[in-house]
Write a protein that binds this ligand. Structure first.
Ligand code: R1P
Ligand code: URA
Length: 292
């Protein structure tokens, strides 16, 4: 029996586009670039030879076009793993659910997804300007804990080692972090030898969850010292951002290939930041477009 998805579960707009993204199935390419900032969509698309569609709704801006003969869709996700839940489920529905019959398609259509973002660096080898690929992500966001199969795709020994190291108990810094790998094939193809491969914490906020203390004190004032010192089987935690865990996790559960690469715009160790990063991120965008 094919799975059927009623209108309350998969909401389709009157024009045949998917609820939040406002994208129609025929507009989706197999290669997808995700960015947080809607303004970054135009920067990616400025390299396209042609554009076949452009649509915008809330923080989700989408353009599909061609780069050196490759059909690519670029979508902005806004900030946070809650938005990645929406974007990934709607992209997967566009690819793998028939919008006329509301049934799962017979043949699975895999997508290749690369997130190009910004991040905070946590180690001496991640100064401002470094490109860091998230080989593993530690999700502080809790999203994957709501999906069956979470334990089959996560690195459980890594999770236990991290939790022991942080010695959090009760509801301190809950929900429980999950540890998930990006697609190794994509990382090898995109990172090559000129990007840092690391472990990324995808935080559920920019301030407290990333150990930034303004007027309200942190639950665990030693959080970032412990994170910077953590080491497991040769892995050290390299950076903070806010989406890579849900992207890697949902992609694994859905059967797609995904990875995140971010440019460091703040180094938390030496307390420096760069807000004028538009040119450097364009170098990263061109590199990803060439390698995807
Ligand atoms: C926070 O400033 C935002 O920047 C990073 C974080 O993941 C978060 O979304 O990524 P983007 O530059 O892609 O938005
Ligand atoms: N994005 C983040 O999430 N954290 C930083 O420190 C910089 C960019």
């Amino acid at each position: 029996m094919k799975k059927y998805f009623p209108s309350s579960e998969l909401i389709i707009n009157e024009d045949g586009s998917v609820f939040h993204l406002h994208v129609k199935p025929e507009w989706l390419a197999d290669k997808v670039i995700l960015v947080g900032d809607p303004g970054r969509v135009a920067l990616v698309a400025s390299h396209f030879e042609n554009k076949e569609c452009e649509v915008e709704s809330r923080e989700f801006k989408t353009i599909t076009g061609t780069y050196k003969g490759k059909r690519i869709t670029v979508v902005s996700t806004g900030i946070g793993c809650d938005n990645i839940d929406i974007v990934m489920n709607e992209l997967d529905a566009l690819a793998n659910i028939d919008f006329n019959t509301r049934e799962e398609k017979d043949n699975f259509r895999p997508l290749e997804l690369v997130r190009i973002g910004t991040c905070g660096g946590l180690q001496p080898n991640t100064p401002v300007g470094t490109f860091v690929c998230s080989q593993k992500s530690i999700g502080f966001d809790g999203l994957l804990n709501f999906y069956a199969g979470r334990n089959e795709v996560c690195d459980l020994p890594f999770e236990r080692a991290f939790l022991n190291h942080m010695s959090w108990s009760g509801n301190m810094c809950a929900p429980a972090p999950y540890v998930i790998d990006a697609s190794g094939e994509l990382i090898d193809r995109i990172a090559k030898d000129d990007m840092v491969r690391g472990v990324t914490i995808a935080a559920g906020g920019f301030f407290g969850p990333q150990g930034r203390e303004l007027r309200v004190p942190l639950a665990d004032p030693k959080q970032n010292d412990k994170i910077e010192a953590f080491e497991y089987k040769g892995f050290k935690i390299t950076n903070f951002e806010m989406e890579s865990s849900a992207l890697a996790g949902l992609s694994r559960l859905m059967g797609h290939k995904a990875m995140t690469v971010c440019m460091v715009i703040a180094n938390r160790l030496i307390k420096e930041a760069n807000t004028g990063y538009k040119n450097t991120i364009d170098t990263l965008i061109k590199t990803v477009l060439d390698r995807i």
